[in-house]
Design a protein around this ligand. Sequence first.
Ligand code: NAP
Length: 488
Amino acid sequence: MSNLINEACVKSHQAWVGYRETTYKQRENLLVAIAREIEALGDVLIQTAMEETNLPQARLTGERGRTCNQLRAYGKHITDGYWANACIDTAIPDRQPLPKVDIRKVNQPIGPIVVFGASNFPFAYSTAGGDTASALAAGCTVLLKAHPAHLETSRLVASAITKALVSEGLSEDIFIHIEETDFSAGKALVQHPNVKGVGFTGSFGGGMALIKYAQERAEPIPVFSEMGSINPVLILHENYDESLEQKINQLAGAITLGVGQFCTNHGLIFGLKGPVLDKAAHQLGTAISKVGIIGKMLHPGIAKSYVQNYQTALDQNGVEVVARSVEADEPGIGLIAKTSSATFAENKKLHQEIFGPYSLIVECDDLEDLLAVYEHLEGQLTSSIFIEPERHDVQKLAVAKMIHKSGRVIINGVPTGVEVCHSMVHGGPFPSTTDGRFTSVGQDSILRWVRPVCYQSFPDEVLPVALQNDNPLNIARLVNGVWSTAAI
Ligand code: NAP
């Protein structure tokens, strides 16, 4: 292990010993200060990210806004206190046959967290992105492994975080920026004994490698890898009408948005063989053909993989091209292909994510066939249905299958543009993530970095503030089984 990694992990632990004692308000103030410092970086940040990622200005400006709002929202959530899951069961000294003691519980931070920046979201899932924001909110320190594809952008954001730490009077080691760019650095970080959790967004190979490193440790730790998904959409309209045409145009936008480099990109479209699906495929093809070269991809590695992966898919028996946005095999072209349900069911190569603006239409014989093929899919971040709003019976039938495969199920909409809110689930059964019980977007992402601690028979003064009788934080607590903000 390099000295740098070891030193960083030692410092991060030392900083955690102080940071874990901060009040919820201090943590909120830190997150708000980070947002302010990121905004203060101004155009330089956007220009740098544009040069490094090939993403357009409007997209990056929007993503910066989302990132800063996310920091503020997680800060507010910490002082609201729901995440702490404070529970109080008061003593019943005269209970028969045995007295009941006073027992209380509250969530506490688990320790230093390693966060791997994602290439496709230089702000929202990188240096000060969701994993960092949620870990800092929870009271954990962060070791950020910068993504090499946007190192300068990452440095700028890291400088904003450091400024915020200084302005809030906190240790600069609460956030440490790691710039080493080879796999041995990632491995050493995950395997360092001071590290207590890992957050990752990226490839299946990368996410699984981190799990393997963690399993080799003497002490197991949670690894939350978000590894992507093909996000099936089921076209179940009985009629091709204006509303379906609008949804197909929305689908074309979702497939090509950001050159298809989203984990919520639709890579798979199921429909019932017949005129409705034929018209939908034609409309989708027309929309894609008009797009041309959509844009440069994030980095040469992703561009190369995209071309290789779609060529492999198109080489499979029984797969035909419906439309392509340009004739040449260029990185960043939009592509729609088609196959039958029988071919799809037999050939697992067609089930793999193709990271880019590619989608495969699967023609099914009937609804039973479609749902049977759907059941062969692996775990997904999302699944969607396009259907007439009043056909509730079919919706229920499909949803009953979809909730067991997906973290988020959508009726008549697309999954891109993941909202940051309390109800969001950005997660799903394996292999979309390594732990489908948690979300990496939304306030509940904080729950990945805490564990419950039980306090039995404590004097009030010695309890954590969240559990004290007077409820000084004025948070909601489950008191003897009833939610309440009242003092005891
Ligand atoms: P990646 O290859 O998974 O790399 C992401 C980060 O993980 C990098 O910092 C990389 O380290 C580290 N890493 C990867 N494999 C590792 C290993 N075996 N040991 C230690 N560290 C490892 O992702 P990417 O570069 O962003 O893109 C490559 C592919 O990932 C894409 O083509 C796409 O298929 C997929 N992807 C998926 C998502 C998603 O939303 N799920 C997002 C982005 C990319 P280094 O810095 O040392 O290289």
